[in-house]
Design a binder for this molecule. Structure first.
Ligand code: GLC
Length: 602
């Protein structure tokens, strides 16, 4: 079957919009023949996935994200771990960068030297394909990263550019003097001000200033050059044909640069995302595009596009992530209640809900909302920072500041789930009540993640309450503070759970919750989602489904709370379908224990 003419027209329109008619006249034919080539050789074993392009919307999807080397040493090791995921009920695994990265510090693999080779330490293409097939046979979809905003400076394109080849110099953004870089620096914020201030790096060997948003060794690609687009789309489709089910497009807000702007989320980036979506629909429809856009709430949402003009299929829900942590620190769920229903995923797409990942937490919240409650956004952010780094009196968190910016007073937060929820502190002190509270927070946070529409994502190791790696800075290439929450997976705990009663309790409990979610149809994306009014700021009340409502209640406070539920008059006994515990409600009055979270049928 040929590519649908509607998609071809859409692709042409987008191409012309991004590159102009003149460049389309020169390069358009080559671009279409690239698509035709992949379309005609799309492997037949991927048909099943292509016939079900919305596979990521399945109600029972639970995902996990991991670094292969930290989890199983290499791809061969990963082959033998399929049972672990299957017994947990995981259906989606994001393998963090596994393509050949530069040697030495490579930002955890996010500085790619060769997009079409596997990192030799991890294995090779053949082993990777075996892994994909094995996991697919077990009903588990595999996702990988496509770090397309930049290459390592050791990538062959960058090497040619460094040798002075003008064709490849045009693959990047390089300038002969500081005039334009200085102009950019006036409006472009810094990503890593602490370790890599500024947005440019000077290379004396070519006498050029190169755009390096992230670090000196990550060179931003110039997407205004159609040759870059062609090569990147070629690699994207090559990845798709390996059998990966989802491709995580890294750092998409940065893809387009224009003087006088922040160089984030520019309209052209959205055109590029629509182009990627149209290309994949035309050639590899079973592949889902996961956009990594960790920016302001409205800006994140924009990356879904619309039903008519779709961009990403899946987006990280950094909005709920930040708001969950905010409520943990403030015991105030008002902002979360306000934000949770503001950004419903359009029909074609879904959210990926998470609380921790391999990156730091950036405190991007709805500043207007904070103002409307009489608080100051700057001070509020500082409260969150000091709460999670543990310096605020009575804080239970053991995180650390990341990328403190002396100019703006900004900082982000690192730390594992266990450290931020208070397990680390409680276990060190050994106080049973503190441990119980941390456990209740662990339950609450997961029940909430599992109630939100979308796909819940677990960060590997959190299911075993992995603590911070305090010695990361002594390890080669692991100085960056984010390595604190990227420790080696503790198989010892899986093998000898009896020696780790608290950790195995968390793991077993989470497994039970996964099973509950997978058997409860009201968690599916088709079931409606609402935030119900709450008479207590510390208590969030959610409802899934209208016909047969499932109510989820979360007390974010260490104090008991009395709330009012819309249960009508008289006395009622409610049963939690997950724990089977009962609760007496009288005249709608309902008592909640500290940090209690529960489900009810209404
Ligand atoms: C993404 C990755 C992060 C990396 C950055 C640069 O944000 O998640 O780990 O440092 O992109 O590639």
């Amino acid at each position: 079957m040929a590519i649908s003419p509607t998609l071809l027209t859409e692709i042409e329109t987008l191409y012309r919009r991004i590159y102009g008619d003149e460049l389309f006249a020169i390069h358009g034919r080559a671009f279409f023949s690239l698509l035709e080539r992949y379309h005609s050789k799309r492997p037949s074993w991927l048909k099943k996935m292509d016939e079900n392009p919305q596979w990521f919307q399945q109600a029972n999807m639970i995902g996990i994200t991991l670094y292969i080397d930290l989890f199983s040493k290499d791809l061969t090791g990963l082959q033998s771990k399929v049972d672990y995921f299957q017994s947990m009920g995981v259906q989606y695994i994001h393998l963090m960068p596994l393509l050949k990265a530069r040697e030495g510090n490579n930002d955890g693999g996010y500085a790619v030297e060769d997009y079409q080779a596997i990192e030799p330490r991890l294995g090779d293409i053949a082993t990777f394909q075996d892994v994909i097939k094995t996991y697919m046979d077990h009903g588990i979809y595999i996702a990988i990263d496509f770090v397309l905003n930049h290459t390592a400076k050791e990538h062959r394109w960058a090497k040619k550019a460094l040798e002075g080849d003008p064709f490849y110099q045009a693959y990047y953004l390089m300038y002969d003097n500081e005039v334009i870089p200085n102009e950019f620096n006036k409006t472009v914020p810094e990503v890593l001000p602490d370790i890599y201030p500024g947005n440019f790096t000077y290379y004396p060997e070519i006498k050029k200033h190169v755009f390096t948003s992230f670090s000196e060794f990550q060179w931003d690609l110039n997407f205004a050059n159609p040759y870059v687009l062609h090569d990147i789309v070629d690699i994207f489709l090559w990845m798709a044909d390996m059998g990966v089910a989802m491709i995580r497009l890294d750092a998409i807000p940065f893809l387009w640069k224009e003087l006088g702007t922040t160089c984030r989320n520019l309209p052209r980036v959205h055109d590029l995302m629509r182009l990627f979506q149209a290309v994949k629909q035309a050639v590899a429809p079973g592949v889902a595009i996961l956009g990594e856009a960790i920016v302001e709430p409205e800006q994140i949402y924009h990356y879904f596009g619309t039903e008519k003009q779709p961009e990403c299929d899946v987006l990280y829900n950094a909005i709920s992530m930040v708001n969950i942590w905010d409520a943990i620190a403030t015991r105030d769920t008002r902002m979360m209640a306000h934000e949770l229903t503001r950004f419903p995923a359009p029909k074609h797409a879904t959210w990926m809900n998470y609380v921790r990942c391999h990156d730091d937490i950036g405190w991007g919240f709805n500043e207007d909302f904070i103002r409307s409650t009489g608080r100051d956004p700057y001070l509020h952010k500082h409260y969150l920072i000091s709460f999670f780094n543990g310096s605020f009196p009575y804080s239970f968190a053991r995180g650390q500041n990341y990328q403190e910016n002396a100019k703006t007073g900004d900082a982000r937060t690192n730390g594992t789930l266990s450290a931020l929820l208070g397990f680390e502190e409680a276990m060190e002190i050994g106080h049973p009540e503190m441990i119980e509270r941390a456990f209740l927070r662990f339950e609450l946070i997961h029940k909430l993640l599992f109630t939100l529409p979308g796909m819940p994502l677990i960060y590997s190791g959190d299911e075993w309450l992995q603590p911070n790696d305090k010695n990361h800075a002594d390890k080669p290439g692991k100085k960056d503070g984010r390595w604190m929450h990227r420790p080696v997976f503790a198989w010892e705990k899986v093998q000898h759970p009896e020696k780790y009663p608290l950790e195995s309790r968390a793991f077993t409990w989470l497994n039970t919750l996964i099973r509950f979610r997978q058997t409860e149809a009201r968690f599916s994306n088709q079931a409606s989602f609402q935030v119900l009014p709450s008479t207590e700021d510390a208590v969030l009340i959610l409802q899934r489904d209208e016909e047969k409502p499932l109510i989820a209640i979360f007390n974010f406070s260490e104090f008991p709370k009395m709330i009012h539920l819309p249960t009508g008059q008289g006395s009622l006994v409610l049963t939690d379908p997950f724990t089977l515990k009962t609760k007496n409600v009288f005249d709608g009055q309902c008592h909640l224990d500290p940090y209690e979270s529960c489900f009810f049928n209404l």
